[in-house]
Write a protein that binds this ligand. Structure first.
Ligand SMILES: Cc1ncc(COP(=O)(O)O)c(C=O)c1O
Length: 382
């Protein structure tokens, strides 16, 4: 555990607490809560004694059924056709831990394109494995050749996150297909984290590798209600994986979770009935916020660069100067009352980077926060 990085959000959280009035562009959450219909059924379910007992380990039949419908409609994954399983987890983070424990043994390697989602590296290391970092290109897109070169006899899986945290990049379908084919050819799993599946802008389209022909044998797809349905605290995610992994995954599930939270599953069924229109309504507002964020950050060029990206609610800013990112974040909070997350948390150590998250706040607050960030970076980097 000593080798695993400490979670970054509580670290910046402590700095923010010491600087009242700080606007946090740090947290990767949305500003809205669950659909009211989900809360109504959860309230009603409190009176049912079954809500308070252990239930099926893989998840309720009602929720798995609703997810299978959604997978077919939104992801092109036919759970009824292929030899695949759906298991409900307490969020996609847990799905990732399950996946790593199911497909590796200590000493194995898992390939993570950099910058990565920090909990992925942490999970790989906790499983006694090595997270092998491979670079992405200047627009944070996958470098499939770099992934190919990183494969060794100990490699067990390649992880992709699209739309991406922390960069906001949406990976091209062509690259996702190449990675998926590469995994099939090399006998590896493709772990595809799709928690931001609905968060795309402009002409970008999300594609699910699990829908590619033949992918059902080696693809593990991770989803979540945390972002799309404002469900972060209810802890509902799900994983779709090859049937052959079912025994291993259910061993982990039984040991770690026993069963997914019952009341959250009841609320989740109602949320899925409302459907992705719920998220899309909020996406229009997010798109406006995003325009402000990118327009403001562009004014920092050439000292900083931020590639145009079309997904999630993040951007990953590169500072073209020699500066210590953690030191800069401390000064941004103390002197300018705005918080962002330093790049090393995401494995970005070849320069000075910051992740900016714009999903958690209303438009005016984000605009104010970005204004402070631009002023602060200008002052600090002068
Ligand atoms: C890429 C990615 N995967 C997983 C998660 C965690 O999702 P959940 O709340 O479903 O565990 C996050 C949350 O920020 C994320 O960015």
């Amino acid at each position: 555990m000593d080798a695993v990085q400490a979670p970054i959000v509580p670290i910046t959280g402590e700095l923010i607490r010491q600087a009242p009035g700080t606007i946090s562009l740090g947290q990767g959450i949305v500003h809205y809560g669950p659909p009211p219909a989900a809360l109504d059924v959860a309230r009603e379910a409190l009176a049912n004694p079954d809500t308070h007992t252990y239930q099926d380990g893989a998840g309720s039949r009602a929720l798995i059924g609703a997810i299978e419908d959604k997978l077919l409609r939104d992801n092109g994954i036919d759970a009824a056709r292929g030899p695949i399983r759906v298991t409900i987890t307490a969020g996609a983070n847990m799905g990732f831990v399950h996946a790593v424990l199911a497909v590796t043994e200590p000493g194995d390697e898992v390939i993570l394109p950099v910058p990565f989602y920090f909990n992925h590296e942490m999970a790989v290391q906790m499983a006694g494995c090595t997270a092998v970092r491979v670079p992405t290109d200047g627009r944070y897109q996958l470098d499939v050749e770099a992934i190919r070169r990183a494969i060794t006899p100990r490699t067990r899986a390649v992880v992709t996150v699209s739309p991406n945290n922390p960069t906001g990049a949406v990976y091209s379908e062509a690259a996702q297909r190449e990675v998926n084919r590469l995994c099939a050819a090399e006998g590896l799993y493709h772990i595809s984290d799709e928690v931001y599946e609905y968060f795309t802008y402009g002409s970008a389209r999300h594609v699910s590798p699990g829908s590619f022909a033949g992918a059902e044998r080696h693809t593990i797809s991770l989803y979540s209600l945390s972002k799309a349905y404002g469900f972060a605290g209810w802890r509902i995610g799900y994983m779709v994986y090859p049937e052959a992994l079912a025994d291993a995954i259910m061993k982990v599930q039984d040991t770690v979770l026993v069963c997914p939270p019952v009341i959250s599953q009841i609320a989740a069924v109602a949320a899925l009935e409302v459907g992705p229109a719920y998220c899309r309504a909020h996406l229009r507002a997010l798109a406006e916020v995003r325009d402000i964020v990118f327009a403001e950050l562009r004014s920092l060029e050439p000292v900083c660069t931020v590639p145009a990206v079309e997904g999630a609610f993040y951007c990953f800013l590169r500072v073209n100067a020699d500066a210590d990112p953690l030191r800069v974040v401390e000064r941004l909070i103390r002197e300018h009352r705005v918080a962002v997350v330093p790049g090393p948390a995401f494995g970005a150590t070849d320069g000075c980077y910051f992740r900016i998250a714009y999903g958690a706040l209303e438009k005016d607050t984000v605009a104010e926060g970005i204004g402070r960030l631009v002023t602060g970076l200008r002052a600090i980097l002068r």
